[in-house]
Structures are given as C-alpha cells and as structure tokens.
Design a protein around this ligand. Sequence first.
Ligand code: MG
Ligand code: ZN
Length: 177
Amino acid sequence: MNKAIFLDRDNTLIEDKEGHIHEIEKFKLLDGVIEGLKKLSETDYKLIIVTDQGGGIGRGLYTEEDYEKFNNHMLNIFKENGIRIDKVYHCPHHPDLNCSCRKPKPGMLLKAKEEFDVDINKSWFLGDKVRDIETGKSVNVKMIGVIGYEEDREKLESANPDYVVDNFLEAVEIILK
Ligand SMILES: [Mg+2]
Ligand SMILES: [Zn+2]
C-alpha cells in the first residue's frame, strides 16, 4: 500500500485572499510552499491535491475550462521547480447539491485511496480550514491545520486536528520527523 499527503489548495498552497481564485495573473504561491513541496517530492508519499471548486464552478463564477487552465499553470510551476504532484482532485459541484466530494465529505480522499491504494491511517492531510480538518478526521488521516487568512489557531484547534502550525514548512517538518 502507499502513503499519501493530501493537500488542500487555496490558502494552503496558493494565496486566495479574495476567494474563488481562478485567474492565472493572480496566481501566487504561499511562503515556503516550493521549498516544502520539493522536500516532500523526495519522499515516497503520494502527493495529492484535493480542492473544492464548487463555490466557483458550481455557482457559475468561472468555468471548468478556467479551472483547468489555472490548474495547468500551477502544475507547470511545480514541475519547473522539480516538484512531483501525483494527482489533483477537484469537486466542481454547487454547494447545495450535497455531493459526496465537497469537503467536509471525504469523497476525494476515498477516490484517491482506491486509485493509489492508499493506507489512509499512515497518510496526512494539510488544510487551512475547519472543513479540511473535519474531512481528515472523518477518515482518520493524520491532520495538520495550517493557519491561513480565514481561520486562526483557536478556530482550527477547536476542530481537534493532530497539529496546528503557523505555516507550510512547519507542517512539512512534522511529517518528515
Ligand atoms: Mg483552503
Ligand atoms: Zn462534489
């Protein structure tokens, strides 16, 4: 079986202060993300991004095609920096549809578990929101809350993750320990 590190995208890897980011011109990685992902790329963990895009695609703020363009831009930058991302899963569904993949539902994690034969209990999930923590906890993955723009330490700790850290590199250090 494989181990995996599940990564939330918005405000965990890339800056999304205004919400619903989809414009390549606004693409900006958060501090330490390149360095941290490089280190993780050298491990035998599968690196899997899981991102909710239903608030944008589902609501019609941008299209699936816009999302793909933005996603490809991100993946190119990672590639240029020697970073391996094994897969990106996204949920495109309108928040009201009650699909099985929008976080805090664990649908994307379960899909990855199938596709990559992932041992969830030996895997990690990094995210900046309580919803991420709830997703991780529902399948018993080791959960690190990374403090971002929207939710502070107190809020993240209230959801009982295994760790709360101030930035991405700190999370990477915990995983590599
Ligand atoms: Mg996020
Ligand atoms: Zn969905």
